[in-house]
Design a protein around this ligand. Sequence first.
Ligand code: ADP
Ligand code: MG
Length: 526
Amino acid sequence: MSNTEIIPKKSPYIMGIDLGTSNSAIAVFLKGQAEIIPIESSKTFPSVFAMRNGEKVVGRQARARQMIDPDNTVSSIKREIGGSWTKEFNDKPGEVYTPTDISAEILLQLVLKAEQEHTVEWGGTPKYAVICIPANFNDTQKTATIEAGKLASLEVLYLLEEPVAAAMAYAMEKERDQTILVYDLGGGTFDVSILQVDSSKGETPEFKILAKEGVPKLGGDDFDYKIMEIAAEKFKNDSGVDILDLKKDQGIKTKWIREAQQKLQEAAETAKCELSESQTATIFIPNLIKDESGNVHNLEMDIARREFNDAISGLIEQSKEAVDKALASAKLGIEDISRIILVGGSTRVPLVKEMLTKMFDKEPYSDTDPDTAVARGAAIFAASLNVPGTEPEERLEKDKIEPIILTNIVTHFLGIETAGGKFNCLIDKGKDIPADAPLTYSKEYTTPRDNITELAIRVYQSDRTVEYLRKEEGVECIGEFFLTGIPSKARGEERINVTFEINQQNLLKVSATSSGSAQDLEIKRS
Ligand code: ADP
Ligand code: MG
């Protein structure tokens, strides 16, 4: 007998996963509705990773390590995904972790724990997933998310934008046809999307994205930091120690200052959440730090909601600007929005609601369960997808729904670099991507110099229309490749054809041809 490997049967169910900056959640569509799968009897799972004595720890246990052993703990890794961040843990030398690796560990544990949850009859090992991503994720961040899924042995069938998922949960569970604005403020990112829901054509509604904007690094973590600044200022006046200053030599071990920062961050977050309910919060941290002369200092102070509101008003204003931008690009006025949906933990901050109520002259809707709306929406969408290679009858009829038609738009201006460092746009931001086929654009260029046989094609994305590719904010090189084998001719004599193809998930494929050669680009991870 040859060695036959026993391959475990795959579950026909597709999981909906919210892989959040702070918290993750997992849901599956069962008996006509999306159900959150509790992990360790909680609806959400902290997206935190730690190394303890060379062993990997994820979730709640990892979050508990944050205070005790911050050097070996990583949180908010989603802020780094697709980037150059790496970490070697003191507790496990010789192994270098990328954000993708850490995200994979979180996914792996999340799914393993969900599989152990006995209320769901998986009918095999859960493998298929729809994973949610912020609407403003670029190609690199998306590719890294898919890669994390692969490392966790998952088959990622779709990357669904978080606000779209939230809108799907709302439209399918509450109220259908309307124009929805989703305001999603989490721990690390802010997204706003405007969607139109229309069920006039079939049983399941069509979802059309009209606009999306965001601020990539804006979230509850920044609110925490504002409180930390206020507290650190007071602490400095009382004790002479500046907890937020790691550069200046204060005669105190850096490690202690870091630990104090960690404690302060936790206390700031707790105070922030308290301020969502009451007008004042008390921060008390005994033995926060020992100064140069060995005196131990406590931190004790009150913070008022008004003071907090003042500190974060600039951040809230940034989110408002993105909302304005989204309305403008959807060519809609405030009165055209029938429903504002709040998603993400940070929308519990009262100033958020106040700002939106004033702006739209109506109360925004908070999901009955804002922490799980994204995962629920993902599970609903997942139920409308087909599982590759599985017999349809394996998934019970009531655990499926008719295909949901989703029309997306292009998230960035996309183009290539041409002579003189110019940006030549092939696809405009905001263009509709049809539901059934990728959007394709081709452009013809000519060779910029005499007798060249190869040409670098650099692909750029931008938030705005720009003429030059200076290192401006919002302009980014997302890939590069060489078209070789170009027949040697005089400048301008040879035609180079460049084609951009973008799919529903805003994933881009680029190809270039000359009369003598052809080349495709897979957008590479940087
Ligand atoms: P993500 O999607 O980025 O994982 P979440 O939607 O889970 O984020 O939101 C996490 C953020 O929400 C954290 O910054 C957390 O402090 C904040 N948060 C949670 N509850 C509250 C509350 N009651 N008041 C204010 N902020 C809160
Ligand atoms: Mg979220």
